[in-house]
Design a protein around this ligand. Structure first.
Ligand code: ZN
Length: 246
């Protein structure tokens, strides 16, 4: 009888140990999954690329006749390719040389307004996305050069994203560029209204022939796009999480 009690006690203790071990395993494996879910949730995977102008709106015109809309689109394609290769989802507001207006028979001004509204609509229709508008600058004095970033005033992370891109550009293709970030004013409708992290990147000056020639070169565009990608990637993978607000 005593022996039977002893065996029952041992079986009971073994059962208690097994239950405790199962509980331990549950906590051990459930916690990292929770952390992982949070990490994934805060990452944005969709980048909306907006190549400025298009169709009847050529944007700035270089001294050699180069149109800004064409440079913007080429840069957009280069950036899209790198982002896709790195597993991001990319949406482009335009992929052809055209306005994305609702009614092509309307007046040019109406088409322009509709085009801007539609671009903003695309930007806003992807929750948890970032919006990057690509443009080229233009100025009456031809010596000015260098990219500059204008961030949206609505989302605090717009500035963090802009700084990440600025930093990568200056490290590689824009050495010596001391242009500071600027908050966008109401003059640029989409960036001023966008509610997600959003910015406008003036990539370089159409009015500076030396800089324009660089942007006409496919290899330079590819290097420029790669630096912009690195900035976006730094931001999305949390390289500058200290400054970011969620
Ligand atoms: Zn422009």
């Amino acid at each position: 009888m005593k022996q039977f009690r002893f065996i029952a006690l041992v079986i009971f203790l073994l059962l208690v140990i097994a239950v405790l071990m199962l509980c331990g395993l549950y906590f051990l494996f459930s916690k990292p999954q929770h952390i992982k879910a949070q990490t994934t949730a805060k990452k944005t995977q969709t980048i909306v690329l907006d190549c400025g102008h298009g169709g009847p709106d050529g944007g700035a015109v270089g001294a050699d006749g180069t149109l800004e809309k064409d440079i913007n689109l080429s840069l957009g394609f280069a950036l899209r390719e790198i982002l896709l290769q790195n597993g991001y989802t990319v949406v482009m507001t335009r992929e052809t040389d055209d306005f994305i207006c609702d009614d092509h028979s309307a007046s040019l001004r109406e088409q322009n307004v509709s085009d801007l509204h539609n671009r903003l609509k695309i930007a806003e229709s992807y929750p948890d996305s970032v919006f990057i508008s690509l443009h080229m600058n233009n100025f009456s004095q031809k010596q000015y050069w260098g990219s500059q970033l204008f961030y949206s005033p609505n989302h605090p992370n717009s500035r963090v994203l802009a700084e990440a891109i600025r930093s990568r550009l200056v490290q590689s293709v824009q050495k010596g560029n001391e242009r500071a970030l600027k908050q966008m004013d109401s003059s640029v409708y989409i960036i001023y209204r966008a509610t997600h992290p959003a910015l406008l990147l003036e990539c370089g000056f159409m009015s500076n022939q030396k800089e324009l020639n660089r942007f006409k070169d496919k290899k330079y565009r590819s290097n420029f796009a790669f630096a912009v990608f690195l900035g976006i990637n730094d931001y999305l993978t949390g390289e500058n999480d200290g400054e970011k607000q969620h």
